[in-house]
Design a binder for this molecule. Structure first.
Ligand code: ASP
Length: 403
């Protein structure tokens, strides 16, 4: 009997998860999903998290070594970063357009923020953030899973191995061999993805049907419209224009990673699945090994859209009318905040504080949307991951390697 493909298994798990979630919600036993189903999803996400640091480290170093030429690494990096930054800036504009349409039409609810509470993270400013990307202790970066630092370490180590030439042969072989082991481990863990998707979906559907969801429904709809328009407009168009790939083919190829990101709400945890999808869409292995880990750390278009929509909504709750100049500040800070957002569940909301601070909106207002963050997060992570895959396919084409 032919084995069912992973995307198909994931799709069935998603539908089953929704069905079981609805039964538990309407049957009044939602707590069963929290107590007995979610823990299996947590086990699965823990397994993915435990390999994230070695995957990013080895994948990027292996990608750099396979390119075997610092000039090519530089050219791929520049193209990747330009693609990431341009698409993120477009995402901000799309987010702001939708948020302003909804706000202008009076569709956003005006919530009383007097009792809103949220403990925001302190930001030390741009220069301090820049300095903190460079690690002082490599092992600490690994144990803290500080992915921006892990990326910097990978770039330096990969570059140094290339520069050392023949003398680094042992290191090269070690990296390739260790990466092969990690890849094997990844494919085993990914084969468990349907379990993760089913359990998380059942839990979300059963537990999120609260009043707050209804009151914030239009803000959620606004963000999801932004996500969908961005995916269709920017990713499928760039795949069509630059790679000549039909949108249907692109989304079909990216499907497994999109669903997986949607349920796990972590770009970093989705990395192994994204790699398989990118390979299926024709991304060159060395380029995907470099672009995807980088993207799962710094490319967050969904997060940028969410931050723009949330900012306009919270500003209206605070009775602040944003001027065009302030909107430009939103585009710049949301782009930077999304770069600084870690690819883990809920990180985009923590970084939202940075955008609010720049505009003088009280960060405690985040308390108004914290309860439904997972719903926003599902869509934004799905978009974040799709952007990484689109970039790896485009950069492959630009590097002239796609056959
Ligand atoms: N969960 C998102 C991701 O992993 C980040 C965010 O919270 O916006 O891509």
């Amino acid at each position: 009997m032919k084995k069912m493909s992973l995307p198909m298994q994931i799709l069935i798990a998603l539908v089953l998860g929704i069905a079981v979630g609805l039964i538990c919600y309407f049957g009044g036993f939602a707590s069963i999903t929290t107590n007995y189903l979610k823990p299996f999803g947590d086990i699965f996400v823990n397994l993915l998290k435990f390999i994230v640091v070695p995957v990013v480290l080895l994948s990027m170093i292996d990608g750099i070594i396979s390119m075997n030429d610092m000039r090519k690494v530089g050219s791929v990096s520049v193209k990747t970063v330009v693609y990431f930054l341009c698409t993120t800036a477009i995402a901000c504009v799309i987010g702001l357009v939708f948020a302003n349409i909804f706000n202008g039409a009076g569709l956003f609810p005006v919530l009383d923020a007097a009792s809103a509470e949220y403990d925001a993270k302190e930001f030390g400013g741009f220069m301090a953030t820049l300095v903190s990307i460079f690690p002082t202790n490599m092992w600490k970066s690994f144990t803290d899973a500080n992915m921006l630092q892990v990326i910097v370490i990978s770039l330096f180590l990969g570059g140094a191995i290339l520069a050392a030439g023949e003398r680094a042969k042992l290191c090269r072989d070690f990296v390739s061999s260790a990466y092969a082991v990690i890849e094997q481990l990844m494919s085993f863990i990914i084969s468990l993805a349907p379990i993760g998707v089913f359990t998380y979906m059942a839990w979300v559907v059963a537990t999120q049907g609260s009043e707050i969801l209804v009151s914030l429904l239009l803000v959620i709809v606004c963000a999801y419209l932004g996500y969908i328009v961005h995916a269709v407009l920017v990713y499928s168009l760039s795949a069509k224009i630059f790679v000549g790939m039909s949108p249907v083919k692109f989304f079909k190829g990216a499907f497994a990673a999109m669903i997986f990101a949607f349920t796990s709400t972590s770009s970093a945890a989705t990395l192994p699945v994204s790699k398989e999808c990118a390979a299926e869409l024709g991304a060159e292995d060395d380029i995907a090994s470099f672009v995807l880990p980088l993207g799962s750390t710094i490319n967050m278009d969904g997060t940028a859209i969410y931050q723009c929509v949330a900012t306009v909504f919270l500003a209206s709750c605070a009775n602040i009318h944003l001027t065009i100049g302030q909107m430009i500040i939103v585009v710049v800070t949301a782009t930077l905040a999304s770069v600084g957002t870690a690819g883990v569940s809920g990180a985009g909301m923590i970084m939202l504080a940075m955008v609010l601070e720049a505009l003088g909106i009280p960060v405690a207002y985040i308390g108004l949307i914290v309860a439904v963050d997972r719903i926003f997060d599902m869509g934004r992570t799905c978009l974040n991951v799709t952007g990484d895959i689109a970039c790896s396919v485009c950069v492959t084409k630009w590097e002239g390697k796609k056959e």
